[in-house]
Design a protein around this ligand. Structure first.
Ligand code: BV8
Length: 224
């Protein structure tokens, strides 16, 4: 069976990485317009680099949880799994997942705003870092900010059209176009989340609870 999975910050919540919207979420502590938009980066690149350096450090100390591990196990099984994540952390990869599609980019990657080249980031970045390719001091985290176009949209659209089952895990479904993927599929749809998301009514079935409990349980069933 072709299974398409879309994960959000909720799948990494129990690894200690903050979500965006929960009470102690990132969005409550930072003004996202200042740290997750190109305009914010242009205004104050040092503040944006500090924000991402802190998240990169958090990520280094975090560990994949049972939900990440269950999804890696599902990928090693007989189903044809396409794993797409809105998350910029690398916990899916560190749990053993492969071919993870990071539609909003990755904390571990850097991008040169001048020449467009990409490379693996050092743990901390600063506005004065010269691009290793063109030497311009225009390096930024390789993440998709608000107002920027997410990566791999054509791959994602094709996968949605071909899927037999679309599963959204740990996402509030408030950010587009990720939240609109459920409309692109004609497949059965399942929402695994702590609570109903903003698009819960677009899903055929739902299971609510912590990802470390409901994701391994669902993977065990679908692999049986
Ligand atoms: C685009 C990377 C055009 C950076 C992110 C006005 C002006 C400009 C744009 C817009 C506008 N109005 C709307 C838009 C579009 C905008 C948007 O949707 N804004 C929202 C705020 C309305 N979108 C964009 O700008 C996108 N680009 O539109 O370009 C375009 C598009 C297509 C084609 C052509 C042109 C770009 C959006 C990407 C922004 N970058 N991340 C970074 O990470 O720093 S978004 C970031 O926030 C995440 O990547 C993620 O996508 C989003 C957070 O969502 P979630 O992952 O769902 O996390 P959240 O905290 O919200 O929810 C967690 C869920 O988990 C909750 O439901 C919770 O209950 C649950 N949970 C918690 N704990 C657990 C749990 N579940 C299970 N177990 C637990 N333990």
């Amino acid at each position: 069976m072709k299974i398409m999975i879309l994960t959000g910050a909720g799948v990494s919540a129990e690894s200690g990485l903050g979500t965006f919207r929960d009470t102690d979420g990132l969005w409550t502590r930072y003004d996202l317009n200042e740290v997750a938009t190109p305009e914010g980066f242009a205004r104050n690149p040092a503040r944006v680099h500090e924000f991402y350096n802190a998240r990169r450090a958090n990520c280094l100390h975090a560990r994949p949880n049972a939900a990440h591990q269950a999804l890696a196990r599902l990928q090693r099984g007989t189903h044809d799994v396409t794993l797409i994540t809105q998350n910029v952390d690398d916990l899916h990869e560190r749990a053993g997942s492969t071919d993870v599609i990071h539609m909003h980019g990755e904390l571990t990657r850097a991008l040169c705003a001048a020449c467009g080249k990409r490379w693996d980031t050092p743990p901390t970045m600063s506005p004065n870092d010269p691009c290793p390719y063109c030497t311009a001091p225009a390096t930024r985290p390789d993440v998709v900010w608000f107002g920027e176009i997410p990566y791999a949209m054509d791959t994602i659209t094709l996968a949605a059209q071909e899927a037999d089952l679309f599963v959204a895990i740990g996402t509030s479904a408030e950010v587009y176009p990720a939240a609109g993927i459920v409309e692109l599929t004609r497949s059965d749809t399942l929402e695994l989340n702590l609570e109903p998301s903003a698009r819960a009514n677009a899903f055929d079935t739902h299971r609510f609870g912590p990802a470390t409990e409901i994701v391994p349980a669902w993977v065990d069933e679908i692999m049986a």
